[in-house]
Design a protein around this ligand. Structure first.
Ligand code: PLP
Length: 404
């Protein structure tokens, strides 16, 4: 069967009003377009049912509180958490990792302790740990990649020592699309008594996630990459970890009792949600999860895997193209065209109505390892089809013609 015949069209493009006919949107790894049910949920929440949560004594607010907490339950169910109390709403993966670094890291790590990251991490899973390092004196080690761009778990096994207290790795690379064997990473981390934090930003829209089966300790993701709104994301952590973590921001909602001499704090997850939350964001995220599960993560994964295979096949047929990452990357393909800066590739593709990302993708240490300042990246979502891949390949052929 040809690769083309193997792409299972999901046929959901009509659900996405912001994607005009003839526009190949290949930047879903940056942020996903929003389906109509998510737009409807947001419009309904602001336009019909809006009120604050957790405070109001009137019916509208009580109803909104129920809807907000139902969204938390939906997230818990979606990622296999034991209870909604294990889900902390945050602004996104970046905020979730900063929360863990400051609250858990700030109290459970001390000078001389080591943490392990990998060469392919997003800056969001590097800089919060460097801030902590500069504050308390931990050491950061970096796990290398295999030749085809996966986190090298054999190397990880050799590098981990009892001084390592945390391993923090991306489930799916935002540049290479490589998928981590999380269960093995968890076994390795737990084997030396360390915790495992998984950055699931690029995984939750692409592969079924079950935190219990993965056996990780922290899992983070952003709603906007999962076809939901910006400004909402989640931290999942084992309940015993959350219970032992101090608040990281102070304000309304996160307290039990406040006096000027002493304040006591709410139990998790409220302890970590100071201030009025992104109410409508949570409702939009609920609708996004319903939408994604309505299609099915297995179907989405199969669809994106087929598009990646087609893209790799089409691009590798063009002589000057260099592909990065493994053959079986999840929905994301990075590449270079010899002698052409990725920004020029992006500009020329845009003229042909193909939107890709060109740059360092917030992964400068990975660019250094690849020996390039930037890459061009095509990333797929539920709305893409073989026609989008064909438009990409035509655009790259034009790039090679223009640059001779
Ligand atoms: C792997 C990965 N981690 C973390 C982030 C940060 O996500 P956000 O900017 O939504 O906090 C991204 C976003 O590109 C990402 O791809």
């Amino acid at each position: 069967m040809s690769v083309l015949a193997d792409t299972r069209p999901l046929d959901v493009l009509a659900d996405f009003p912001a994607i005009p006919a003839g526009w190949a949107y290949l930047d879903t790894a940056a942020t996903a377009q929003k389906p109509q049910p998510v737009l409807d949920a947001i419009a309904r929440a602001y336009g019909e049912t809006y009120a604050t949560v957790h405070r109001g004594v009137y019916q509208r607010s009580a109803d909104m509180t129920l809807a907000f907490e139902a969204a938390r339950r939906r997230v818990a169910q979606f990622i296999g958490a034991g209870s909604e109390n294990e889900i902390v709403f945050v602004r996104g993966a970046t905020e979730a990792i900063n929360l863990v670094a400051q609250s858990w890291g700030g109290t459970h790590l001390k000078a001389g302790d080591r943490i392990m990251l990998s060469q392919l991490e997003h800056h969001s899973n590097i800089v919060p740990w460097q801030l902590l390092r500069d504050r308390i004196g931990i050491e950061i080690d970096v796990c290398p990649l295999t030749e085809d761009g996966r986190i090298d778990l054999d190397a990880l096994a050799m590098m981990l020592t009892p001084a390592h207290r945390l391993v923090a790795l991306a489930h799916v690379s935002n540049v290479l699309g490589s998928v981590l064997d999380v269960a093995r990473a968890a076994a390795l981390a737990h084997g030396i008594g360390a915790k495992l934090l998984v950055d699931g930003c690029q995984a939750v829209p692409r592969v079924a996630v079950d935190v219990a089966a993965l056996d990780c300790d922290f899992y983070v993701f952003s709603g906007h990459k999962l076809y939901g709104p910006t400004g909402i994301g989640c931290l999942w952590a084992r309940p015993a970890l959350l219970d032992a973590m101090p608040p990281w921001q102070g304000g309304g909602s996160m307290i039990d009792r406040v006096t000027f001499s002493k304040t006591t704090y709410a139990p998790p997850p409220g302890r970590f949600e100071a201030g009025t939350p992104h109410i409508v964001g949570a409702l939009g995220l609920h609708a996004a999860i319903d939408y994604v599960e309505g299609i099915g993560l297995d179907a989405i994964h199969a669809h994106e895997t087929a598009l990646v295979r087609l893209a790799r096949e089409s691009l590798s047929a063009i002589n000057s193209v260099r592909l990065f990452g493994p053959e079986d990357s999840a929905g994301i393909v990075s590449f270079a065209v010899e002698g052409v800066h990725p920004h020029d590739i992006g500009t020329i593709l845009d003229e042909g109505h193909v939107a890709i990302r060109a740059g360092h993708h917030c992964a400068q240490p990975l660019m250094d390892m690849l020996g390039v300042p930037a890459t061009a990246r095509a990333s797929f979502g539920v709305y893409n089809s073989a026609a989008d891949v064909a438009a990409l390949a035509r655009g790259i052929e034009r790039v090679t013609r223009i640059f001779g």
